[in-house]
Design a protein around this ligand. Sequence first.
Ligand code: HEM
Length: 154
Amino acid sequence: MSLKHALGISLTLCALSLCALGASSPAPAVRGRGATPPANLSGAMKEMGGMLTTIKNEAADPAKSDQTLKDIATFERDVAISKLQAPPYVNRLAAADEKAKALESYRVEMNVLTRALLDLEDAVSAKKTADIKKYLDQLAQIEKQGHQEFHVGG
Ligand code: HEM
């Protein structure tokens, strides 16, 4: 086979595979609520606030548990996004040791929040109403404590 011929074949194959990629490129996995990941801490927290309200309204309804589980997963994603950022209060701290301590505490709180969300997720999957309420109450406490500690809202 001539070099020209071989090149022609490989170019055609390349074009075909590009076409195939384009034709079969999957639709975005997440649609609707939470489809676009928030870009910063404030955006992630805002979405978490919205998710918590929605979850509170739908969590006890077994018919809505599929949607609730998606909302909890989105919430968990937003906590991970938050964990990659530092609270403005921490950024304002001048002393390096104070800053490091506050950041560590922030990460610990974020992990407490993630664990409560995982527990809530299990309770929703198992349709355990009393546990669902228990973990929703825990989430409210964790939010209150986190916001106090990091001087959110005044
Ligand atoms: C159920 C859990 C939580 C919910 C639903 C929640 C919700 C919110 C909401 C709605 C805001 C206001 C966002 C805005 O308008 O800019 C906010 C801000 C904030 N939250 Fe949370 N939060 C939760 C837990 C926490 C925890 C545990 C911490 C810390 C450990 C935390 C730290 C912050 C900080 C630092 C801000 C200010 C962000 C900024 O101004 O950039 N939150 N949160």
